[in-house]
Design a protein around this ligand. Structure first.
Ligand code: SAM
Length: 468
């Protein structure tokens, strides 16, 4: 059956960025489009791929006029990978777009006055800023059109890298990746070379056959690495040979774990990890606070920028030393532990039991005594009885997931009487919605976007709300 011809639209002018990093453009009749592959300032001919609630979405067919903010992507894998989609936009323009995106959300959805708009806090490191990466092995790497259309017989079909966006079984054979410090790429490339022979079959997500499945690399600011390799089944001799040689090749590797997984998906957090070599945990610092990093620990993925984000929280909260503080959606308690020595008490609430397990370990590691953690849904835990037990909060820090806070939690905050709320968000749209609800009793004194993930559309935003 012939493929339905897609609609082509000419002369679309792009002026901004929408959710998920798509560029927002208008054709000469004023029709709005959400398009992948364009940047603000471009003019392009676009191909419409779908419609959602009447709004056309699509991709660039070809650029007819390049934006002055376009730059040459620095990564050779930019076109295929999709991991750092904004590498073709100058970093200054990325910051401007993120700043505008947050302001628009707060003004259009929040409809509140902001006392002081503060400029976006740039990303510190714009390359090699992640402390955790996961790569997949695949028996069917992604092949370029040229490879497919050439008549050559392709023998090297194995791939080790990131999944091609939109595919579940095709992996891009990465040579370089600018997300994690060395020797992250070197470890990955060494593994690929070492396992290139037939003795080391890569896993196929289609046939469910093959041995090597995934690797996870965690690194600390000191340059130490923890490696977790996932195998589909055990082959003790080959596993030992591979891991022993890997350890010798990279002195930066201080800890090695492996996991055996015959699961259909690649999630292994629910399985037992076998400790093979070195330390069981690495130690990472946020400011002066030490955190244990194991293969299952949750941790902010951009260490340096997490400290800068938490410093904005501290600055906004402006603690005097006697405050009762609640840290809602505390994760592994990183904000709670970071501020603990500046306040009277901190109470953290988080629904994932494992995260609270690590929060308590890290609390003990740092001899912090004025912090308690509770496991459960904030909406169920933060009750009147809870407040009676822990005291009325002077300051509430809230850092919810992308969906924002449950309306019941917003109501509890409205009734809390807390003098300050510091709202950290990874989704300005839901932050704006919640701020609007809170504006019944709170005014927004300060607001600052923070760039945690350069070259992506993601942006955090911190707001200081004070009781009217
Ligand atoms: C954006 S993260 C913030 C983590 C932490 N504040 C930090 O800086 O690393 C949101 C956290 O909220 C937790 N969470 C999501 N929904 C929740 C709920 N209804 N009640 C409690 N915790 C929840 C998630 O598991 C996650 O750890």
């Amino acid at each position: 059956m012939a493929r339905k011809k897609r609609k082509i639209v000419e002369q679309v002018q792009f002026s901004g960025i929408a959710d998920k990093g798509l560029a927002v453009g208008r054709d000469p009749d004023g029709q709005v489009y959400f398009i992948d592959g364009a940047v603000p300032g471009d003019e392009a001919t676009v191909e419409i791929t779908r419609k959602k609630k009447g709004v056309p979405f699509g991709k660039v067919h070809h650029i007819t006029k390049e934006s002055i903010d376009r730059v040459e992507p620095f990564c050779q894998h930019f076109d295929l990978c999709g991991g750092c989609k904004w590498q073709n936009l100058s970093y200054e323009a990325q910051l401007r777009e993120k700043d505008t995106y947050v302001r628009n959300a707060i003004q259009r959805i929040g409809k509140v006055e902001v006392g002081s708009w503060e400029p976006i806090l740039e990303g510190g490191k714009t390359k090699f800023y992640r402390n955790k990466l996961e790569y997949s092995f695949s028996s069917a790497r992604w092949m370029t059109e040229e490879e497919i259309s050439s008549n050559e017989v392709i023998t090297d079909k194995k791939g080790l890298g990131f999944n091609k966006a939109g595919t579940f079984d095709k992996v891009i054979n990465l040579e370089t990746c600018y997300l994690q410090e060395a020797p992250s790429s070197e470890i990955r490339n060494w593994l690929r070379t070492y396992t290139s022979g037939e003795d080391f079959p890569y896993y196929s997500s289609r046939s469910k056959k093959g041995w090597l499945r995934n690797i996870m690399l965690r690194s600390t600011e000191k340059g130490e690495f923890l490696v977790l390799i996932s195998f589909a089944y055990d082959d003790e001799k080959l596993r030992k040979q591979l891991l022993d040689d890997l350890i010798v090749a990279f002195p930066a590797i201080k800890s090695v774990f492996y996991v055996l997984s015959d699961k259909v998906n690649s999630v292994t957090i629910d399985l037992d990890y076998h400790h093979y070599y070195g330390e069981k945990v690495l130690i990472e610092y946020l400011g002066d606070v030490a955190f244990q990093i194991g293969p299952k620990s949750f941790f902010q993925t951009n260490t340096t920028q997490a400290v800068r984000l938490y410093d904005v929280v501290k600055e906004y909260a402006d603690f005097k030393g006697n405050e009762i503080v609640y840290d809602l959606y505390t994760g592994l308690g990183s904000i709670a532990l970071y501020i603990a020595n500046e306040v009277a008490t901190v109470t953290g609430i988080e629904e994932i039991p494992e995260a609270i397990h690590y929060a308590n370990i890290n609390k003990d590691l740092n001899n912090i005594e004025n912090t308690v953690f509770y496991t459960g849904d904030v909406k169920d835990i933060l009750t009147d009885g809870f407040v009676q037990k822990h005291g009325k909060a002077d300051t509430i820090i809230t850092d919810p997931p992308r969906i924002g806070m449950h309306p019941e939690v917003v109501n509890t905050l409205l009734e809390s009487g807390a003098k300050k709320i510091v709202y950290v968000s990874c989704n300005p749209a839901t932050q704006a919605r919640d701020i609007r609800l809170l504006s019944e009793k709170y005014e927004v004194k300060r607001l600052r976007p923070v760039d945690m993930f350069p070259h992506t559309h993601h942006v955090e935003s911190v707001a200081l709300l004070e009781l009217k």
